[in-house]
Write a protein that binds this ligand. Structure first.
Ligand code: FMN
Length: 264
C-alpha cells in the first residue's frame, strides 16, 4: 500500500450513499486491519446492516450524541490496558486506509463502552468497545457534492522539537536529519476533536513521541493513530525504526507523557 498518498488524501466522510458495499470487500478491509499487527488480541465486529445499527446508536454515540448515518459500521474491542487501545486505533486506521484505497469513505465515531450499548449492538464479548467506524461510498451526487475539506493540521515543524523541548527546528534541520518528509506526512494524522495532542522530540538518534495528558479525551486512541502515521511514513521513506526503552533522559513538561521512544 502507498501510505504517503493516502495520508495526504484521506479525510473523514460524514455523508454516505445508500449503496451497499459488497461483503467480500468489507471482509478484505477487515482482513487488512486484522493482519496489520501480529498477535493483537483484539476483536473486530462488522455491522452490515447500517440502518439497524444507526437506530440503536442515534443519540448515544458520536460527538455530542450526533451519530453518523452510513451503510455499514465496524467496531474494534480491546482489553483495558492502554497498549491494547493503541493497537485498536492502529488497526482501525489501517482499515480506513484500505477502505480509502478501495474508493470508500470512513469516519471514526466516538462510542462509550457501556453494557447498554454492547447489548443494543448484540455484542457478547468481554473486551471493551474501543473504536467505532462508519464506512461506505462517499456521497457526491448531482444534488450534493462531497465538499467537506480535510480539517486543518499543524505543520511538520509545529509538531516537532529538536535537541530539547521547546526548540522548534527549521525545515532545513528536519531535512538534514532526513525527517522532513516523514513529519510532513505524520502531521496528517486524525485525532479526537482534531486536537492533535502530540509532539515529537528529536534527540540524537531518538525520536520521542509525547502526548498531552488530557483526562477529558481518550488519548490512547490518538496515540495509536499517530504511531501508525509515523511508522508507516518511515517505511514509505525508507527509514528503519526500532522502539527503544524510555531511559529517563528525555525532559518533557508535566502535562505531556512519553508514549514511545524510537531509535532511527
Ligand atoms: C478517536 C476519534 C474519535 C472521533 N469521533 C468522531 C465523532 O464522533 N464524530 C465525528 O464526526 N468525527 C469523529 N472523529 C473524526 C475527527 O473529528 C477527524 O478525524 C478530525 O477532525 C480530522 O478531520 P479529517 O479526518 O477530515 O481530516 C473522531 C476521530 C478520532 C481519531
Amino acid at each position: 500500500m502507498n501510505y504517503s498518498n493516502i495520508m495526504e488524501e484521506i479525510k473523514s466522510t460524514r455523508d454516505y450513499k445508500e449503496t451497499v458495499v459488497k461483503s467480500e470487500l468489507l471482509k478484505e478491509i477487515i482482513s487488512a486491519g486484522d493482519t496489520a499487527l501480529e498477535n493483537h488480541g483484539l476483536d473486530i465486529v462488522l455491522f452490515e446492516d447500517g440502518e439497524q445499527t444507526k437506530q440503536k446508536l442515534e443519540g448515544k454515540a458520536g460527538y455530542f450524541g450526533k451519530f453518523i448515518g452510513a451503510p455499514h459500521y465496524i467496531a474494534v474491542l480491546s482489553d483495558d490496558g492502554r497498549k491494547s487501545k493503541e493497537d485498536a486505533a492502529y488497526i482501525m486506521e489501517m482499515m480506513r486506509f484500505k477502505a480509502h484505497k478501495e474508493g470508500l469513505g470512513s469516519c471514526w465515531i466516538t462510542i462509550p463502552n457501556t453494557d447498554e450499548i454492547k447489548a443494543d449492538l448484540g455484542i457478547d464479548i468481554a473486551r471493551s468497545l474501543c473504536g467505532f467506524l462508519a464506512i461506505g461510498y462517499r456521497y457526491a451526487g448531482i444534488f450534493k457534492k462531497d465538499i467537506q475539506e480535510k480539517a486543518f493540521r499543524q505543520g511538520a515543524i509545529e509538531i516537532t522539537y529538536m535537541d530539547e523541548w521547546g526548540n522548534t527546528p527549521a525545515w532545513e534541520d528536519l531535512e538534514a536529519r532526513g525527517l522532513d518528509q516523514v513529519f510532513y506526512l505524520t502531521r496528517f494524522a486524525p485525532s479526537w476533536g482534531n486536537k492533535q495532542p502530540w509532539k515529537f522530540l528529536i534527540l540524537k538518534n531518538h525520536v520521542v513521541l509525547a502526548v498531552e495528558k488530557d483526562s477529558s479525551t481518550d488519548t490512547d486512541l490518538d496515540t495509536g493513530i499517530i504511531k501508525f502515521y509515523f511508522e508507516k511514513a518511515c517505511i514509505d521513506k525508507g527509514l528503519s525504526l526500532q522502539t527503544a526503552e524510555e531511559s529517563g533522559e528525555f525532559i518533557i513538561p508535566e502535562n505531556y507523557e512519553i508514549r514511545v521512544v524510537y531509535n532511527i
